[in-house]
Design a protein around this ligand. Structure first.
Ligand code: ZN
Length: 502
């Protein structure tokens, strides 16, 4: 492990060297679907500007039985779910009076007292990073460490704010030819802790560059790109007027409606009832795939940086979620995601101080189906080994008290992202072409026919990857096994290399 969190494992680098319309919607139609398939249609009358005030945070204690729990979870899909803490069986939702009555009638175990003594609303949120404070923080980092940190805007939001990215890498070697890891946070505006985690990644790497040999080597060979706030407009709204705002602030004819950015990506968009077509819903997917400037900016970044791996940070739930968000889409590299996910799981620390207790799986298995998500698009279309992590549990509450939880929360995440970086370093192979080919595309086919390490997969499926330049060839992050990599240039010329990864 070349980039390790556990000192007992020694680095081997040879392989890499070689090779809701809050307040604006008067009537909200709320479709709740039970596991039995019975649909309940509840029409809720809300009082215009007062609608936002009428909703309150409700804690649901799920039943212990797995089947009863799955049944109740499936009934929550149309509600505004803040977080799902599967290990404690607690779900926080924001619900109106009618929704609370409905849940009570359906036998849900509801409570209104916050799960920790600090309370969800007992403190204010001003210590969290606003878009302005984030910009200042990143500018300071770049000016104090120009040899390591570069900051730029990847695009503008509807309200004209910059979406900022930071790249951390040493200025040794040809930075443009270094393979990259990507971390992003706050697709969802109200998930305040996620930006803190992303900024901590930058600050930890910078701090460790002089003191930690593995971090220094990592930053010599790789780039780490971090987008701490995908949704700065939404976050500004959270700080100014609407504490539980989740979406961006797309304005539909003079009315702020907002689109759920993590349902707006063009892979599996609107594919499995894992989003809503209702503008009033907090999971409104937008009028068309990739309609939003934030989505477009992230897609352009991914296509330009071509990361090998990614984590998208959300809150809360203590979950590691991998593709795909729809049961209808089979992941052709399940073994790779399970193996990398297990390495992160082993190092992530729960709010109770335990390692190994984050739950790992695809969204429909650990929470509920979700379509049009960034991790699905990144893997399906761009070959990025991409995960979503739900930071923290119900112990912190949905918007944790900053003074009490911020440092604990970001420290608990360090083992996770470091484990992903370690897996990337261990699993990256650099492949050279022997002809003067200028490849524009690569297709990888697994040679192993079946078994645990058959990646793409038992039926000889192939997967397309972008060309990712490395110092001495082209970088691939592949499951253990033997692979045929076919490079293709713009004229259709091909060259095939066989590589074995361990
Ligand atoms: Zn989220």
């Amino acid at each position: 492990m070349a980039y390790s969190t556990s000192p007992e494992k020694k680095a081997t680098r040879g392989r890499f060297r070689n090779g809701s319309a809050n307040g604006s919607s008067r009537r909200v139609a709320c479709l709740l679907t039970a596991a039995s398939g019975i649909a309940f249609f509840v029409t809720l009358s809300q009082g215009g500007a007062r609608a936002n005030d009428e909703k309150q945070v409700v804690h649901i204690q799920l039943p212990a039985s797995k089947q009863a729990r799955a049944s109740q979870l499936s009934e929550l899909g149309a509600l505004d779910v803040l977080g799902i803490d599967t290990s404690h069986g607690i779900v926080d939702v924001r619900a109106s009076g009618s929704e609370i009555s409905f849940l009570a009638a359906r036998g849900f175990d509801l409570s209104f007292a916050p799960p920790n003594s600090m309370g969800t609303l007992a403190f204010d949120i001003q210590q969290y990073l606003t878009p302005e404070k984030l910009a200042e923080r990143l500018a300071t980092l770049a000016s104090q460490h120009p040899e390591l940190v570069r900051v730029w805007s990847i695009g503008k939001t509807h309200e004209g704010r910059d979406i900022l990215a930071a790249e951390v890498t040493s200025r040794t070697g040809d930075s443009a030819r270094k393979p990259a890891a990507l971390f992003n946070a706050m697709h969802h505006a109200r998930e305040l802790m996620t930006t803190e985690v992303a900024v901590d990644i930058i600050e930890t790497l910078v701090a460790e560059y002089d003191t930690n040999q593995e971090t220094r080597r990592l930053l010599e060979d790789f780039r780490v790109v971090v987008v701490p706030q995908v949704n700065p407009d939404g976050n500004a709204r959270v700080h100014s007027s609407s504490r539980y705002w989740r979406k961006n602030t797309w304005n539909d004819g003079g009315r702020v409606v907002g689109v759920d950015l993590n349902r707006n990506y063009p892979a599996l968009w609107n594919a499995c009832q894992g989003s809503s077509g209702d503008k009033g819903s907090d999971s409104y997917r937008g009028p068309q795939p990739a309609s939003e400037p934030e989505t477009q900016a992230m897609m352009a970044l991914v296509r330009s940086v071509k990361p090998l791996v990614n984590i998208s940070y959300h809150a809360y739930g203590e979950l590691i979620i991998h593709p795909f968000g729809c049961r209808t889409e089979k992941n052709p590299a399940q073994a790779l995601f399970t193996a990398v996910g297990a390495r992160m799981k082993a190092e992530l620390v729960s709010d109770e101080g335990r390692k190994g207790s984050y739950e790992l799986g695809a969204a429909p298995d650990v929470i509920y189906p979700a379509d049009g998500t960034d991790v699905d698009w990144q893997w399906k279309e761009e070959g990025v080994v991409s995960f979503a992590i739900e930071v923290g549990s119900s112990r912190q509450g949905f918007q944790p008290d900053y003074a009490r939880w911020r440092n604990t929360a970001v420290t608990n995440q360090r083992g996770g992202w470091k484990a992903l970086l370690a897996a990337m370093v261990d699993g990256t192979v650099v492949v050279q072409t022997t002809s003067p080919l200028s490849p524009v595309e690569a297709t990888v086919r697994s040679v192993v026919e079946s078994g645990e390490h058959a990646p793409f997969d038992a039926d000889h499926a192939t997967k397309r990857f972008p060309i990712r330049p490395a110092q001495n060839g082209f970088a691939f992050f592949l499951p253990a096994g033997t692979h045929e990599i076919t490079f293709r240039d713009a004229m259709g010329q091909e060259e095939t290399q066989v590589v074995t990864t361990h």
